[in-house]
Design a binder for this molecule. Sequence first.
Ligand code: 6MZ
Length: 359
Amino acid sequence: ESTGSIAGYCSSALNSLTPSQITFLQSLPKAELHAHLNGSIPVSVLQDLARESATIPGNIDSEAVQSGLEKLLNGIELREINEFFGLFPAIYALTSTPAALARATRSVLQLFLDGPTPECTYLELRSTPRATPHMTRRKYVEVVLHEIDRFNCTADGNGNGGTREKAALIVSLDRRMNAAVAKECVDIAVSMRKKGRKVVGVDLCGDPMEGDMEEFADYFRQVKDAGLGVTLHIAETTSNTPRETLQLLSFAPDRLGHATFLDDEAKAIVLRDKICIEICLTSNLLCKTVTTLDDHHIRYYLKNNHPIAICTDDPLPFRNSLLSEYALLLAERPFGLGLSEDEVRKVARGSLMGCFGLN
Ligand code: 6MZ
C-alpha cells in the first residue's frame, strides 16, 4: 500500500544510491523543461505567503483555501488525477498580488538553479497568466519575467558579471480558457517575444478532462509563426481520446508533456517527428495514471532511443526534486529503472537538446 505515498517513490530511489552515484547525477548538465511555477513553490515559502496573506481580510478565509493549504502542507494523497487540480485555488489565493508572485517566482528560480549543487543547469519554467483583483494577465507575465531577468543578470550571486542564460519562461494556456483569454495570453507571449523578452514557448496544460482542443488550433499556429516553441500536455489520462491526441499532434508541437496514453498511430507520428517527450515519473505515479515504474511509458521511449527530458512537474505537491527523478533512472530495481550511468548521461543530454531557449 506504500505505492501512492508521497515519501515512497522519490526518496527510496535516492536513498538506495551511493554517494558517488549522487555526485554523478548532480554533476550532469541537465535542463528542467516541465515545471509549473505555482506547483513548484517551496513549502516554507508557501507557509510565509500564507502568514502574510492572512493579514489581508477575506483573502484566504474560505474553507476550500484552508483545506487545500492543509493538504499541501501535510503531503497529498490522491485517489485519482482530478483531485489534483482542486489544490491550486489554495496556492492561487497566496500568489495573487504582484509582490507575492514575485516572491514565489524568485523562490522557484532559487530552488532549481541556486546552491552548491543546483538541480539543473537550465530551466524553462512555465506558468499560466492569471488575472486577479491585483493584476492583469500582462502584469502577471511582466512580474515573472522581471524576476527571470533579475536572476539571469546576477552572474555570481553578488550582482557582479554579465548575464547568464539560466532561466526562461513558457506561457501556459489552460484547457479551460475561453477563446478571448487564450487569445490574450498568446498575444502577450508573442508581443513579449517580439520585444526580446525571455519567453521561449507556449504550453497547453490544465485538467485533462476539460476543454475543446479544436479551439486552440489557431492560437498555436500564431505561436509557431512567431517563432516560439510549442509544448502540449497530451494523452495524460485515459479520458483523452485518440481523436483529441491526433488533433493536438496536428498543431506540430516541438515537445509533449506526459504522452502517457498514445495509441499506435500517435506513437508512429511522435517517433517519426522525433518529438521530445517531457517525462514526469513521480507525477504520473502519484496521480495514478501509471501503476508502477515498470509499466511507465518511459521504457518504450528508451527502447526506441527517442528523445526525452526528465522533469518534476510540480515539486510542491509531489515533494520530488529533479535529483530524485534522475535517481529513479539510475537506482537498481525495485527502487528505480536500473539504467547505466552512460544511459542516464544520454538522457540528461537529451534534455538540453530539447530546450526552446538555447538552440
Ligand atoms: C496538467 C497541470 C499539471 O501555471 O499556475 N498543471 N496541468 N497536468 C498536470 N499534471 C499533474 N500540473 C500542473 O501552475 C499551476 C497550473 O499548472 C497546471 C494546472 O493548470 C495548474 O493550475 P501555474 O504556474
